[in-house]
Design a protein around this ligand. Structure first.
Ligand SMILES: *Cc1c(COP(=O)(O)O)cnc(C)c1O
Length: 397
């Protein structure tokens, strides 16, 4: 394995710092390294593989599609995209969807839609649109998106940045209202901050956010790239909050761990601002992507993975809370999105990820202090019990 790691490190840009393991095979909640050692995957590719590795239905859909046609470009219609977008609109209740590939591209798409809606529909002057975001956000890595990051490292050296963004405290509805001006077109927000450390907003916050944005005619954009498709115990996180956003961004698990697929959903009014030539993507909505995404959504629905996530997430968090480790500052969770914050005096979370790796559990720290657990949603209680034993072990050394 060392040889592979050396070769990889020699030739790849060092924009990641992976744990020292080389994965070669995956099935369901399990992955195997080059030497055949088995690990429980508690990261699930940052929620890109909620359905489990190589889900047979998704793999079959990909294989079948590969035998027919894989890409057409949007210069022509294909016989898969309509079915995919109709299903996605049907399960979310939105009028229209725009398919892209990665999460960041979908976020960019939502920003373009909101700005143009602001200009053409709300009447905000050209080049004046403001979008409000939250401190500690994560929406991707493009220049525009890092322009409104509060993480120093994401920005240093990468300027100049895109103007037009204002950041307010996550969880404080009054600060949000104060930040709204006549030029505000949207609030872009994660329902639960994932990379930020699994930060669940205070009870009632999102309801107030919805009320304020509606009153000021500001589009509420939910980035559910990580929280969506069952991760937090509902198909989408806005269901917990009993509200509806004006725009929804999905990605990650939409591609079933097989292929990058993302999409933006909204109303006729908002999506109507896009005219032919305004926006696009060579790969967006291609037949392979569409077939994979259709199968990926169906697996989430047919296997009731949101319900499983709710029940097993509750169980997992409960078992972790019983552990009473002196190293743990706080455990935060919603569904199978769980963060354990390690006390600063006990070292960084990375150290515990390395120890868990030896024990056969894959997880990754987010920022310095939080261990994040987001296993595939097909995980069972038995596997959770096994993992809790190991986590307990590592957090009591
Ligand atoms: C992962 C993620 C993104 C970016 O998705 P990419 O596919 O990596 O571009 C954006 N927003 C949220 C909330 C994410 O978790």
């Amino acid at each position: 394995m060392q040889k592979i790691i050396s070769e990889t490190e020699r030739y790849s840009a060092r924009n990641y710092h992976p744990l020292p393991v080389v994965l070669a095979k995956g099935e369901g909640v399990w992955v195997w390294d080059k030497n055949g050692k088995k690990y429980l995957d508690m990261l699930a590719a940052y929620s890109a593989v909620n359905q489990g590795h190589r889900h047979p239905k998704i793999i079959q859909a990909a294989k079948d599609q590969m035998e027919r046609i894989t890409i057409t470009s949007r210069a022509f219609h294909n016989d898969k995209m309509g079915e995919f977008l109709s299903l996605l609109c049907d399960v979310t209740g939105f009028d229209k969807a725009l398919p892209m590939n990665t999460g960041a591209e979908a976020v960019e798409t939502s920003i373009k839609a909101a700005r143009k809606w602001g200009n053409k529909v709300k009447g905000v002057a050209e080049n004046r649109a403001e979008i409000i975001v939250c401190d500690n956000n994560f929406h991707g890595r493009t220049v525009t998106i890092i322009s409104f990051s509060s993480e120093e490292q994401y920005k240093t050296g990468f300027g100049p940045f895109t103007p037009g963004f204002i950041s307010v405290e996550f969880g404080d509805a009054q600060k949000l209202e104060e930040a709204i001006s006549e030029n505000t077109v949207a609030l872009l927000i994660e329902p639960v901050q994932g990379e930020g450390g699994v930060i669940v907003p205070p009870e009632g916050y999102m309801k107030k956010v919805r009320e304020i944005t509606e009153r000021h005619r500001v589009l509420l954009i939910f980035d559910e790239i990580q929280t969506g498709l069952g991760r937090t115990g509902e198909l989408f996180s806005y269901i917990h909050e009993k509200i509806r956003p004006d725009m929804l961004i999905v990605g990650k698990a939409l591609g079933g761990g097989v292929y990058p697929v993302s999409a933006v959903l909204s109303s006729e009014e908002v999506m109507g601002v896009f005219k032919p030539g305004d926006h696009g993507s060579t790969f967006g909505g291609n037949p392979l992507a569409s077939a994979v995404a259709t199968a990926s959504i169906k697996v989430i629905l047919n296997e009731k993975l949101s319900e499983k996530s709710k029940e097993n997430g509750r169980y997992f968090a409960q078992r972790l809370k019983e552990m009473e480790s002196p190293m743990v500052k706080e455990i935060r969770s919603r569904g199978l999105m769980i963060g354990i914050e390690i006390k600063k005096s006990c070292g960084t979370a990375r150290k515990y990820c390395e120890l868990l790796l030896e024990e056969g559990i894959l997880c990754k720290e987010t920022h310095d202090q939080t261990l994040r657990f987001t296993p595939p949603l097909i995980i069972g209680k038995e596997e959770i019990d096994w993992a809790v034993g190991k986590i307990k072990d590592v957090l009591s050394r």
